[in-house]
Design a binder for this molecule. Sequence first.
Ligand SMILES: N[C@H](CCC[C@H](N)C(=O)O)C(=O)O
Length: 308
Amino acid sequence: MTTALTFTKGHGTQNDFVLLDDRDAGLDLTADLVRALADRRAGIGGDGVIRVVRSKDIVEGQRLLAQEPAAEWFMDYRNADGSVAQICGNGVRVFAAFLEQLGVATFDGDGELVVGTRAGVRRVRKEDGGWYAVDMGIWSFPGGQTAVAEGFDAEVLVPGLEVDGNEVARPALSVDLGNPHTVVALASVVDLERAELWRAPEVVPRPPQGTNVELVVPLGEETSVDGTVVGRLRMRVHERGVGETRSCGTGACAAALAVRAWAGDGAPDVWMVEVPGGTLRVTILSDGHVELAGPAELVAHGVTDLVG
Ligand SMILES: N[C@H](CCC[C@H](N)C(=O)O)C(=O)O
């Protein structure tokens, strides 16, 4: 006998998720159940599944409770293929919106909501225009200063961008946002659109835990009304454990960090990242953190018999 399972559907710039309220920690979220929920034909459909659980009720959350301020709620994020990922930037914003809808979001005196993830705690603020801004924490270039100086530490073969029938090994820069990313610059938006991301790009050397691959085209800089120089870039992404998605928050951070590194000194710290599902704002902070801002929408609520 199946037990009905309530769910909420949400997205951040069309990176979409099935959200589950597991405040009583009674759900056994198996990889099979994740795949069934995320299936766009036989299930509800999503790039990922997000479970709301108390930090005290999940091992990865318990270790966070020793930190101040404690994150009462933990975002248990899973990719559509059932794999576990450390962090999901678009997902954190949608998770915060879901907590608000459940009536359990506690923004502190500084207007911050602290949530737990497998990559550590993440701090969320709401902006006047309705966007959520998330401190995505400390980032790094796993290839170190050598990779930054040379501009790359990997190569990527992009499907659909062969030259005279031959695959082209394109230089790429690895970026760690708590989850792995590999960023490739393309010469034009025409190439960006030509890439056939229904096939996985090949990354050399192959990262042992896989990687999210971002294809980027820098679009220049502009000066905003407050005088801030803002960079713009366009991006498509092939996500680890999913395939091509319409957006990737940690991927947008990785893309901005790579493009700024390639642009060298004097490049902007604020980037507007155009993804197929919308636009995100990335702000590279002086304390080694990076901030991701963008919308979060909850679009449906329902009951499913898919309980595994
Ligand atoms: N869509 C997510 C990234 C999921 C990354 C996941 N595919 C992985 O295995 O790291 C985001 O907005 O950051």
